[in-house]
Design a protein around this ligand. Structure first.
Ligand code: ZN
Length: 301
């Protein structure tokens, strides 16, 4: 494997470590999984899908770059919003604190993951544990290609019965897509977090800027990927023949400036957000990153 020098600009030491690890003889693998997304005997009445688009700047959502996501909002009478992922310039705009805030419904002051070097363990319960604690027969899924996130979250979940929570660490977004297309229509979990990382990678390789050709291409590609997931996995009926009432939340963990992020500029701390409730269900209110997990639990519990 040729090591692309551009990849050396990857945001975090952890991401670099993962890349080095994957190409070394250390035995690490970018592909791993825990539990299985088994076919549900019957689909849940309600389901939440959180789609996390890493490093998507708020101004990258547009008819030109995200035609599917833009139209999806319009077709539901909605508009994309944006939220301050830094909690008023108090939480660094890195992926580990950001996504853990989503998945614990708490800020880093509570969950303890302050930057991408925080080793964990996460100090508070994740939404996966809280869901299973309140609904014993529920099932949840985590899919990501970013090993630090997989390790942090799964580090908390070793005691969770494997039939109730499945986690997939995959090579890249294409492999995540394949996993969703393969498993979704039978699995139908109550709660899923699907993390897509290509936009962040493109930002680090070029610039977190919709006018940067590489970044724009990654945003367009991710929009197309989500369209395929929507059309082939989410929209069709499940293999059990019914479709749950589904809340879908699109979120990002940070934007960026130049080829990095972590600080508190507007371009880094404002991230796009869209929540689509099923018809007949009132619009959910999400005004901060930590609302996402709580709204999700409130919906399915
Ligand atoms: Zn990054």
């Amino acid at each position: 494997m040729v090591f692309n020098t551009q990849k050396l600009t990857l945001c975090s030491g952890l991401k670099l470590l993962v890349a080095l690890c994957a190409i070394s003889l250390l035995g690490c693998s970018r592909s791993d999984e825990q539990g299985q997304c088994n076919a549900a005997p019957q689909v849940p009445v309600r389901q939440v899908v959180i789609i996390g688009i890493d490093g998507l700047r708020a101004d990258a959502v547009s008819p030109a770059l995200t035609p599917f996501l833009f139209r999806l909002a319009e077709s539901h009478g909605l508009a994309w919003g944006k939220i301050d992922v830094s909690n008023g310039r108090t939480q660094q705009t890195y992926s580990a604190p950001g996504w853990v805030s989503v998945l614990t419904a708490s800020w880093a002051t509570a969950h303890g993951i302050v930057d991408n070097s925080s080793a964990g363990p996460i100090k508070v319960q994740t939404v996966f544990e809280r869901l299973q604690g309140s609904k014993a027969d529920s099932r949840s899924v985590l899919m990501t290609s970013w090993k630090p996130l997989y390790d942090l979250v799964q580090g908390r979940l070793r005691s969770l019965p494997e039939i109730h929570h499945a986690a997939f660490l995959r090579q890249d977004d294409a492999a995540i897509e394949q996993e969703v297309l393969t498993t979704w229509r039978a699995c139908q979990p109550e709660l899923a977090f699907i993390h897509l990382d290509a936009v962040d990678k493109a930002g680090h390789n070029g610039s977190f800027d919709p006018s940067d050709p590489g970044y724009a291409a990654a945003v367009r590609e991710t929009d197309s990927r989500i369209r395929r997931l929507w059309e082939k996995a989410f929209a069709p009926p499940s293999t059990q023949g019914a479709t749950p009432q589904r809340l879908v939340i699109f979120a990002s963990d940070h934007g960026g400036v130049g080829n990095s992020h972590g600080r508190y500029s507007d371009a880094e701390r404002w991230a796009p957000l869209l929540a689509i409730s099923p018809s007949g269900y009132p619009a959910v209110k999400i005004s901060s990153l930590v609302d996402i997990g709580q709204v999700s639990l409130d919906f399915v519990q």
